[in-house]
Design a protein. Structure first.
Length: 246
């Protein structure tokens, strides 16, 4: 959701007002800090990167002290996310017996979560042209060319990892959403069956093919396990029948 907000430039309009006010106060804020982004891709969940996050949490003892910094682990780059307290609050809502009250609080928490993510990103997002080797913590997830993310959590915080990408001076290219894609824009089907063009770019074909291979392999394994289960059930029934006959 946050990447879509950056791509669409919805909060960029508010930022422009802040920037103009800053000029009057003598502050020179950078252009395009909050979008719109012309080349922002969809960010998909990756089991591979989830496994990397799990390995890091389980094996690395000397973790960075500053949660705003990036995490460098093997050939990946990651960041800490401190929003787990919101998930704990959502879980605590299950004890509330009143459905309408519960739904209202859940919807409020969803907005709070988006605001927390945006604030956390704003603290760490690069405010000037990037130098190679700079750290951005959670703002690593704003770099437009990334397609995958995976996280692992303990009760208080999460760690998320992404693939490294070639050095670029800005997290994204400024411009109307989804106008500089190497592929095509996402599409949504509305309630009235009409098709609407979205704000994010669809990841390149090799990535889509890789995702399809993973899903297909999982489906095959599931089918094999299901068939094996039927075989074992049949054998057990056969053994029981033979035992009864004896």
């Amino acid at each position: 959701m946050v990447r879509r907000i950056f791509a669409a430039g919805d909060i960029a309009k508010i930022y422009q007002l802040i920037k103009k006010a800053g000029v009057l106060l003598g502050a020179d804020l950078p252009d395009g800090l909050l979008g719109p982004a012309a080349d922002m891709y969809q960010l998909k969940w990756s089991r591979r990167l989830e496994q990397v996050s799990y390995e890091y949490m389980e094996t690395v003892k000397d973790k960075p002290k500053d949660p705003r910094n990036s995490i460098h682990y093997k050939n990946y780059i990651g960041f800490f996310w401190i929003g787990n307290i919101l998930n704990l609050l959502k879980d605590a809502l299950e004890i509330i017996p009143f459905g309408k009250v519960k739904d209202a609080i859940k919807s409020i928490l969803e907005y709070v979560e988006v605001i927390v993510i945006l604030v956390w990103m704003l603290i760490t997002i690069p405010k000037k042209e990037i130098k190679e080797g700079d750290n951005f913590g959670p703002a690593e997830a704003i770099f437009a060319e990334r397609y995958e993310i995976g996280c692992w959590s303990d009760p208080w915080f999460s760690v998320c990892f992404l693939d490294r990408i070639p050095f670029r001076k800005r997290p994204f290219k400024l411009g109307p959403a989804c106008t500089l894609c190497s592929t095509h824009c996402e599409f949504w089907q509305q309630m009235d069956k009409t098709i609407e063009e979205g704000d994010l770019c669809v990841p390149p074909q090799p990535h889509q093919e890789k995702m399809l291979e993973v899903v297909t392999e999982a489906a095959k394994n599931s089918a094999i396990m299901s068939n094996m289960g039927r075989v074992w059930i049949f054998l057990l029934i056969l053994i029981l029948v033979l035992s009864i006959r004896k």
